[in-house]
Design a protein around this ligand. Structure first.
Ligand code: AMP
Length: 213
């Protein structure tokens, strides 16, 4: 099965994708993580996109589509992908359909995590991510979990685009370009809206209930 986690920055897509991928042995395809790796590894693409990402703008569709096509159709990921942060505009949504159709794959579930602006801000400004296992914490809310984290604290990093200035642009990009993708998908029978302001475990449970039916 392939599924899409959809929602604004900070809606909890990465957190849920991480849990669901482990539980159902799926591949978490986070375009944000792929792009950050390009920057970390100082590739040609990484050099081109660093500034764009840090200020909160979108990377061009060409770069995204180029990076994704190989992964989506690879034998190890095929039919077991959680899309996290993609598609982010209508062109990407149409492109995804083309890639999947040509490869005899489809989207089986879409989960829209609905969260208000205030919650998003709290989550993003407190977010820290373990660079080793990709687990996400909130530095203000999860002090006990952070202390006990199995990878230790050395890999915990704050993202460069998790600041108030970049958030304004990221949220604006979401409203202008990503939100229209909701209309593209929302009438489909496998589209599910979930209250993303609930506790992490409650959201995971809800997604699991739908996946196992
Ligand atoms: P994320 O980790 O999903 O919050 O993404 C971080 C940043 O990576 C975004 O603010 C964009 O700059 C870039 N990015 C991630 N996914 C996409 C995408 N599908 N299309 C364009 N830019 C993207």
């Amino acid at each position: 099965m392939n599924l899409i986690l959809f929602g604004a920055p900070g809606a909890g897509k990465g957190t849920q994708a991480n849990y669901i991928a482990k539980k159902f042995n799926l591949y978490q395809l986070s375009t944000g993580d792929i792009l950050r790796n390009e920057i970390k590894n100082k590739t040609e693409t990484g050099k081109k996109i660093e500034k764009i990402i840090n200020q909160g703008d979108f990377v061009t569709d060409n770069i995204i589509n180029e990076l994704l096509k190989k992964i989506i159709t690879s034998s190890s990921c095929k039919n077991r992908i959680i899309f996290d942060g993609y598609p982010r505009n209508i062109t990407q949504a149409e492109n995804l359909e083309l890639i999947l159709n040509a490869d005899n794959q489809s989207i089986n579930f879409i989960f829209f995590l609905k969260v208000n602006r205030e919650t998003i801000e709290k989550r993003i400004l407190g977010r820290i991510t373990c660079e080793k296992c990709n687990k996400i914490f909130n530095e203000y809310l999860d002090s006990i979990e952070i202390e006990k984290h199995e990878c230790g604290n050395n890999f915990l990093k704050k993202r460069k685009d998790d600041n108030e200035e970049a958030l304004i642009i990221r949220y604006d990009e979401y409203m202008k370009k990503t939100k229209p993708v909701l209309d593209f998908y929302s009438s489909r029978s496998y589209f599910h809206e979930i209250d993303g302001s609930q506790k992490i475990q409650a959201i995971t449970n809800k997604i699991e209930q739908i996946l196992v039916v």
